[in-house]
Design a protein around this ligand. Structure first.
Ligand code: SF4
Length: 117
C-alpha cells in the first residue's frame, strides 16, 4: 500500500477529494469484484476504429452495469493510473473516456494547487 493512501469502502459516491485519496487497486482486484467480470468486452469498449466514441458509441449499457458495481471508485482510480490504449478508451468506473479525462485533469489541478492555497 502506498504511504498516505487509504483503503476506502468500495461503494462510495464519486467525490474528487475522496478519489484523490484512494489506493489504486490491482487488476486482479477489479476482476474479482467488478460487476463487469464475464461481460462482453464490446459493451465496455468501442470498436477499435472508432476515435470519436462520444459521438458514435453508446456508453449507456456499460454505465448501467457500472451503476450496480461496488468498486466504481477504485476502478476509476485504476484507470486513471494507467496510460495504455486499453485504459484510455471505453468505460471504466462508470465514466466515459472524456469524463475520465476531465476527472484526471481536475485531480492534477488539485495536486498542483494544493500547496498554494
Ligand atoms: S466500475 Fe464498471 S468497469 Fe469498473 S469494475 Fe465495475 S463494472 Fe467493471
Amino acid at each position: 500500500m502506498t504511504q498516505g493512501k487509504k483503503r476506502i469502502p468500495a461503494d462510495v459516491k464519486l467525490d474528487m477529494k475522496h478519489l484523490a485519496t484512494v489506493e489504486v487497486p490491482g487488476r486482479d482486484f477489479l476482476l474479482a469484484h467488478g460487476a463487469c467480470t464475464g461481460a462482453e468486452p464490446g459493451i465496455f469498449f468501442p470498436p477499435i476504429s472508432y476515435e470519436g466514441e462520444r459521438e458514435f458509441w453508446d456508453t449507456g449499457p456499460a454505465k448501467a452495469i457500472c451503476g450496480s458495481c461496488r468498486i466504481r471508485i477504485p476502478c476509476l482510480a485504476y484507470a486513471n493510473s494507467q496510460n495504455t490504449i486499453v485504459h484510455t478508451r471505453g468505460v471504466w468506473g462508470g465514466r466515459s473516456r472524456d469524463e475520465r479525462r476531465s476527472i484526471h485533469n481536475a485531480l492534477r489541478y488539485r495536486e498542483r494547487t494544493r500547496d498554494i492555497a
